[in-house]
Ligand binder design. Structure first.
Ligand code: HEM
Length: 430
């Protein structure tokens, strides 16, 4: 920390607006205290070291994912007792309701459902969405070019990623707009502006609940009346031992895929576009060689991945490095900090197109819970960017909205999970 820099380490990461908007200096200062260090929040541990983050994410025996959807910012509804809290965690998960999802499952329960989820992202399945993806990307980009510019997040990124997942899951084309409307209305996860009630004061349904309603109908129908379509494949998918999952499990999985792939991919597109515009020479370099787009995306994922953190809880007394971690300890694994750990990355705050071993970044996590949708996310964002380059001569930030170079005004989502621009206005020269 420089002498004049303010000490941020005592701030509450989960509620302090300035940290929600920009966490990187906080992570840097916490890392300077130690790669694993207690947060000023109910003694939750913060992991900012690369090796330590990998160690926790890979150790799914001692660390449970049960709090990965509820987060480490919420107090536990039980008092951990003894050196092994497996039984308490099982009960906790059973009571999580709609937040008991694939990403929060452990061991066999996780492996069984993950096997089904993975079938959606095989190269063959992804290939089958290729034409839709490119046609839709082309259409959205051409519309934006005709207007001379767009707001990238809501005009392009959000509808695109939502409808690509709808296509992947086999949602009938006539229903796709319903999904888009639900997603458009929702703030990103971990956002401090969550709307809990509608205008009449009634509790507002979350997007996952809406998706759940639609998917309940689809999947129940396909189990009754199987057809030759993707929804039927999803409805009839079995665990590796041949057992048919409960319908509710498949409904939750479908809804979760929308949620998990929605903000993350959309924000990756806007984070990448901002870099492309702001990094000297980068736009031209990519225009001359589209093959560099995937490499650029990996460096954006490292430097500004859209999931800043994920969470674990110690299932039993264990260690991170040589630090003893008692059972019941909650851990915030700061992927965004590990991706800038100076012990792992040379000049970590710098954008470099040719970073050695760039694919080892942790933006998609690591271990058994590694993002199932990573291959899709990479394809989606690369597709949109390619169409932008094909249909334009130059892309720039809109100065009325964001100010001139050197004095940019960029608004980030106030979320403790998602790192992404609330909006990005761009001008398109054709
Ligand atoms: C840039 C885009 C994305 C980022 C940065 C991202 C990030 C992540 C991370 C960090 C995890 C691991 C969480 C943990 O270990 O606790 C994860 C899990 C997951 N993601 Fe993504 N994700 C992205 C896009 C997607 C997409 C497009 C989909 C699907 C349509 C998706 C589906 C999933 C699923 C199903 C899991 C849970 C895997 C499991 O628990 O086995 N993600 N994602």
């Amino acid at each position: 920390m420089s002498e004049t820099a303010q000490d941020l380490t005592g701030r509450d990461y989960f509620t302090d607006l300035s940290l929600l908007l920009n966490p990187y200096e906080y992570f840097r200062q916490m890392h300077a205290r130690g790669p694993v260090y207690p947060m000023a929040h109910d003694n939750v541990l913060l992991v900012t070291g690369f090796d330590e983050a990998v160690e926790v994410l890979r150790n799914n025996t001692d660390f449970s994912s049960a709090i990965s959807t509820s987060g480490a910012g919420e107090p536990l509804p039980f008092t951990p007792r003894g050196p092994d809290i497996s039984a308490q965690l099982k009960e906790f998960l059973a009571q999580l309701g709609e937040r008991s999802l694939l990403v929060a499952y452990d061991q066999m329960q996780h492996a069984n459902l993950r096997a089904i989820a993975s079938t959606l992202f095989t190269p063959t399945r992804l290939k089958s969405t290729h034409d839709f993806m490119h046609e839709f990307a082309d259409q959205l980009v051409l519309e934006a070019v005709a207007r001379g510019g767009c707001e990238l997040v809501s005009d392009i990124a959000t509808p695109f990623v939502t409808l690509v997942i709808a296509e992947l899951l086999g949602v009938p084309p006539e229903d796709r707009e319903k999904f888009r409307a639900v997603i458009d209305a929702a703030p990103p996860p971990g956002n401090m502006n969550q709307q809990q009630a509608d205008e009449t004061g009634e509790p507002r349904l979350s997007p996952l609940q809406y998706m759940g309603m639609y998917f309940f109908e689809y999947l129940a129908d396909r189990r009754q009346n199987p057809r030759d379509d993707v929804l039927t494949q999803l409805a009839m998918a079995t665990y590796p031992d041949g057992e048919l999952p409960e319908l509710l499990e498949m409904v939750k999985l479908s809804g979760f895929l929308f949620g998990a792939g929605q903000d993350t991919s959309a924000k990756l597109l806007s984070n990448a576009m901002r870099r492309i515009i702001e990094e000297p020479g980068l736009q031209q370099q990519l225009r001359e060689d589209y093959a560099l787009i995937p490499l650029m995306l990996e460096e954006v994922l490292r430097l500004e991945g859209s999931s800043k953190v994920t969470f674990r809880i110690a299932r039993r007394d264990t260690n991170i490095g040589d630090l003893a971690v008692p059972a019941g300890t909650r851990v915030t694994v700061a992927l965004a900090a590990a991706n800038r750990d100076p012990r792992r990355w040379e000049n970590p705050d710098e954008f470099r197109l040719n970073r050695p071993r760039i694919k080892e970044h942790l933006a998609f996590g690591r271990g058994v819970h590694t993002c199932a949708g990573a291959p899709l996310a990479r394809l989606e964002v690369a597709a949109i960017l390619e169409h932008f380059f094909t249909h334009t001569r130059h892309i720039s930030l809109n100065e009325d909205k964001h100010g001139p170079p050197g004095k940019r005004r960029l608004e980030y989502e106030p979320s403790y999970i998602i790192r992404g621009l609330a909006s990005l206005y761009i001008d398109l020269e054709s």
